[in-house]
Design a protein around this ligand. Structure first.
Ligand code: ZN
Length: 271
């Protein structure tokens, strides 16, 4: 798990322990399903995950949005990103007119017909994310609660299915999951996969003992704590006279380790 810029990036296996520690302070009853269309598997070749995420954020800021539109992003290699400027307690900018009470998950790729073929690592991460969220938020897995962007009109009315003439977009793609973006397609593949993963989690999940899960949870919480960006600790201010090195650092926020490294660097005599 790494925090950099405006995102936390984690492995699929770290998501559930991370989620267990999150306090949800708003009512969330719907999980949106989106594909990014751009970026997609072609633009992702050899690209750094954080570069990709900051690129998405910048394009959303250019739309005039207050931050990254989605709460969660799932990559083609199974890595999962959390938007720090759109944490789970913030209403997303996912479906115009239908964001209150919803969580926005963006799946990296173009899943329209002729686009990308979803990888098995991404499929696994996607099913895991939705199943864990359904469990945490007590959301029943069905097509009323797990909703494709394509099932809405441009003004945010719920159609409940893809309608070429009425839907605002094809998102998450006319070949999403290899089945398409209709309600029937969702029930055939995607929703079934989420239910299977939910059952797997309920029946012992990753086959770790309760003690092992708690240890993993603690480890993830410790990483998250260590990754937190903080203002200068008191010892730093005491030693170097100010938190921003007398105006040399704009918005001085670093991890604890970052402040230590900076202090060590400043102590080295320069010639
Ligand atoms: Zn969408």
């Amino acid at each position: 798990m790494i925090t950099k810029g405006n995102f936390i990036l984690m492995e699929t296996s770290e998501f559930r322990p991370w989620l267990t520690n999150q306090k949800i302070t708003r009512s969330i009853t719907k999980l949106q399903v989106h594909h990014t269309w751009l970026p997609n598997y072609s633009t992702r070749l050899n690209q750094d995950h954080f570069k990709c995420l900051e690129g998405i954020r910048n394009s959303h800021l250019a739309n005039g949005w207050s931050g990254t539109g989605q709460n969660i992003t799932v990559f083609e290699d199974g890595k999962i990103a959390i938007s720090l400027d759109r944490d789970l307690n913030k209403v997303p900018a996912g479906i115009s007119g239908a964001n209150t009470g919803a969580l926005c998950i963006e799946i990296i790729g173009n899943f329209d017909i002729g686009g990308d073929t979803i990888t098995s690592a991404q499929k696994q991460a996607v099913t895991h994310v939705y199943a864990c969220l359904s469990d945490k938020l007590n959301i029943t897995i069905n097509t009323d609660n797990i909703v494709y962007h394509a099932w809405y009109t441009p003004s945010g009315s719920f159609l409940g299915d893809y309608d070429k003439n009425k839907s605002s977009k094809t998102c998450p793609g006319t070949n999403f999951w290899g089945d398409g973006n209709t309600k029937a397609a969702a029930n055939k593949g995607f929703i079934k996969a989420l239910k299977d993963e939910y059952e797997r989690l309920k029946n012992g999940g990753d086959e770790v003992t309760k003690a092992e899960f708690e240890a993993l949870e603690k480890r993830v919480a410790a990483i998250e704590e260590a990754n937190k960006l903080i203002t200068a600790p008191k010892w730093f201010v005491d030693e170097f006279g100010s938190a921003d090195l007398k105006g040399k650092i704009k918005d001085p926020k670093l991890t604890f380790e970052g402040w230590r490294t900076l202090a060590i660097d400043l102590r080295v005599p320069k010639n």
